[in-house]
Design a protein around this ligand. Sequence first.
Ligand code: AMP
Ligand code: MG
Length: 417
Amino acid sequence: MVIPVPADSITVEEALRRVLDAAPGLPPARVPLTAAYGLVLAEPLVAAEDLPPFPAATMDGYAVVAADGPGWRELIGEQMAGYVADLTVRPGTVARITTGSPLPPGADAVVMVERTREADGRVEIGQARIAPGENIRPIGVDLARGQRVLDAGTPIGPAETGLLASLGQAEVFAHPRPRVAILSTGDELVEPGQRPGPGQIRDANRYALACALAELRVPVVRSAIAPDQEAATRATLTDALAAADVLITSGGVSMGQLDLVKGLLDELAEVRFGRLFMKPGKPLHFATTPEGKLIFGLPGNPVSALVGFEIFVRPALLKLAGHRDPVRPRVAVTLAHPITPGDRPEFQRAVVRQGAGGRLVAATTGAQASSRLASLVGANALLALPARREPFAAGERVEAILTGPLPGDGRPTTSDG
Ligand code: AMP
Ligand code: MG
């Protein structure tokens, strides 16, 4: 039986839609090519030149007249890469040539050095049949002038950077990364290097979120702890909002008396949602300022904060950075064991590995309490389990969001569950 969405909550899908609607690509700017890795191109790249710009040898060997065929030829000189030799290859002659060198006029093929022998200023061509064009990259074969090479919206990785460099783009027009502020709230929080006093705990969220942001290569421009005191929290929020495009807070959004962030969001911004039909992370808040800045009020429990980051903040940051496809796909996985259902759609932390026949098999990471960060350790997936009454059976197929690589691709993944 399907469990209905309560009247005071919205679904994850609706919430994500509201978040993405409020996150347009940030205005692009010119940046040096050397700083463009990971950014998203804001204009198409059209080739202004041919590549290669000249017919080029693809082998070390001899530039020949193909119709000459095999036999002894006179060696008239050499053409190495990087300049144009004053040479013309006439019938009965050859020129030594290296990979990447321009083909000398008169030649129409290259015979690889392994099929030749050189002695006394002459070269024996040992290849029976030589096709015109053999071992030559014609002008423009890799990129033709006028060709659209990259579309706007393309993330700039190693290959894209190489293409931009090849085509002379020492600067590229790209979306900047959003600047982010992270704020932990709560009188109970102390820094990792401090010994907690009575009733205190160490701040986990600011450190965990800083790593999640580092994975996206997003700069953190403010990082602070705000006490459960209204004026101080207001001042910290205001300062963070002035410096950042996106503010991420954790804690202070539940129903408690000192859940001050909730009220301050209402005062400083427009709250777009504050209650989700989701577990963990029911009280996750999202608000926008008149300047279009985004505020995510994540719940304080460390798992809720990181899962909320994965489901909502990550796509928003990617979209602000210009990515056209900021939401990770969901894939079908087979459960390795039964799972007790819940009355809210639940993101359970799991390890997904490839089983027999290439099937993806999922096992959860032990107890799924929203305070238990260990449930995220080694997890490479969130199972997206619908709210229902019947238990999930071993062997049942459910949806999963792969948040990390499958075990076996070189990076360690472990499970304690
Ligand atoms: P709150 O939403 O402020 O009521 O916090 C919910 C739970 O998460 C409480 O047990 C808090 O102590 C805990 N919590 C809040 N912020 C953090 C944090 N930055 N690091 C670790 N635990 C936190
Ligand atoms: Mg609190």
